[in-house]
Design a protein around this ligand. Structure first.
Ligand code: AMP
Ligand code: GLY
Length: 423
């Protein structure tokens, strides 16, 4: 079968790499892709949010299935677009409907879903411009630190955590009245601060049943010791050592099962990945957020640990037969370290020549922000390469990634040397 994958990051390179291992996979097209996907698949230079352009690609290349990497096309309704169009409605799209994608697209929708289905999460209330004073009063009833979340998608920047009550009130005003995040902060969720260690849980669903993928932990801050600005993710580890069988059972019973049951009860059309951000408070798991896609860089450690045929799993999802499948995992650990452009997540330069990729041994280099320029591979984004390795434990895997990173270079290269430091 011919598959069209939407997106251009390390996640998409890892998904392409994994799908191509399937005997059922004849070809993968990636739109728009990067220099890494260009080496193993065919890139197509379209914007994944331009659904008419996606449709043309599907028809021109006789695509049999579409897999959506990032959240944007999902929140904008690509699944509904396909369902409504007679020419393409028979082609399965792996991802949730526009309504179901609100689990990521609206923090308020997600919180209502969590409460309705009695899934453990932080206590909260939502406010708008008209209720900003009530919002300030609600803040007074909470203890520091204060967690404010823009309701809509804000490129990963919409969560603000503040220690000072007056600063929190000012920030609420800034978000609601001064539209700090534009439309995304026309509603703000204020929630109780939960203290604990975070991990990510990945689930495949056909809307009726589910299969668990490996857990992972990502490192979001730019600086070592988890300091400094938030990024898309600077590295990841799978499995997560503190996620014992007992703790995973709690996650499955208290969070995964009620989530899939909730999707069914609410009649949400959901065929795809669920990424559940979880925080371990004491010995108990709480949901921090839902995402309706795989994580990046988590995909770069999760996919290498899945032994089963991913394309066969996608086909089972399309046919609502996921309950007939099992997922076999690689028992080894996988780790990835992100190489980023100096300056990221603020301003950085692009177009720097990357050297050394062909010298890497015993690690997998997944491309994120890369492009081809004449014969060279050059940087084309903040996050540039993810260097993934296997090991008998995460320490061994990380050692391999760091040894190989020594062979890689581009102007102003930066990476965290402490991935896994807290485990
Ligand atoms: P989100 O975009 O919802 O994942 O939030 C970004 C980050 O903010 C999370 O990964 C957590 O580290 C932190 N965070 C979000 N909500 C809470 C909360 N209720 N308590 C503590 N930390 C939180
Ligand atoms: N690494 C976090 C995310 O993909 O949202």
């Amino acid at each position: 079968m011919k598959i069209l994958l939407l997106g251009s990051g390390g996640r998409e390179h890892a998904l392409t790499w994994k799908m191509l291992q399937s005997p059922q996979c004849e070809a993968v097209f990636v739109a728009p892709g990067n220099a890494g996907t260009a080496q193993i698949a065919q890139n197509i230079a379209i914007n994944p949010n331009d659904f008419e352009a996606v449709k043309q690609v599907v028809l021109t290349h006789h695509i049999d299935m579409v897999v959506v990497g990032p959240e944007d096309p999902l929140v904008k309704g690509i699944v509904d677009f396909f369902k409504k169009d007679e020419a393409i409605q028979h082609i399965p799209v792996i991802g949730p409907s526009k309504e179901a994608a609100q689990l990521e697209g609206s923090k308020d929708f997600a919180k209502e879903f969590l409460i309705r289905h009695q899934i453990p999460t932080a206590a909260y209330q939502s406010f708008t411009k008209d209720t900003v004073e009530e919002g300030k009063q609600f803040l007074e009833t909470l203890k520091a630190p204060y967690v404010l979340k823009a309701d809509g998608l804000a490129a990963g920047k919409g969560v603000v955590i503040l220690e000072d009550l007056n600063e929190a009130k000012a920030e609420l005003e800034n978000m609601l009245v001064d539209a700090k995040f534009g439309d995304a902060s026309s509603k703000v969720v204020i929630e109780e601060f939960l203290s604990g260690i975070e991990l990510s849980c990945f689930v495949l669903t056909d809307g009726k049943s589910y299969q668990l993928l490996p857990t992972a932990k990502d490192y979001k801050r730019i600086g070592e010791g988890d300091k400094g600005l938030n990024t898309g993710g600077m590295g990841a580890v799978s499995p997560v050592p503190f996620a014992t069988a007992e703790f995973l059972k709690k996650i499955e019973d208290r969070i995964v099962i009620p989530t899939v049951e909730g999707i069914k009860k609410d009649q949400l059309d959901y065929k795809g990945f669920i990424f559940i951000g979880i925080i371990k408070v004491g010995e108990d798991p709480f949901v921090i957020e839902y995402n309706v896609r795989m994580g990046d860089p988590e995909t770069e450690v999760v996919m290498p640990r899945v032994k089963s045929d991913l394309v066969a799993l996608f086909q089972a999802i399309a046919k609502e037969e996921l309950d007939t499948m099992t997922i076999e995992l690689d028992a080894r650990s996988a780790t990835t370290v992100m190489l980023v452009s100096g300056g990221y997540p603020e301003d950085y330069e692009k177009g720097k020549v990357i050297t050394g990729i062909e010298q890497v041994e015993d690690s997998i280099v997944f491309h994120a922000g890369t492009a081809l320029k004449e014969d060279a591979i050059v940087t084309n984004g903040g996050r540039v390469l993810a260097v993934t390795s296997y090991g008998n434990n995460y320490d061994e895997a990380l050692k391999k990634s760091y040894q190989n990173i020594d062979k890689l270079n581009f102007d102003k290269i930066y990476y965290r040397k402490d991935i896994g430091f807290d485990l």
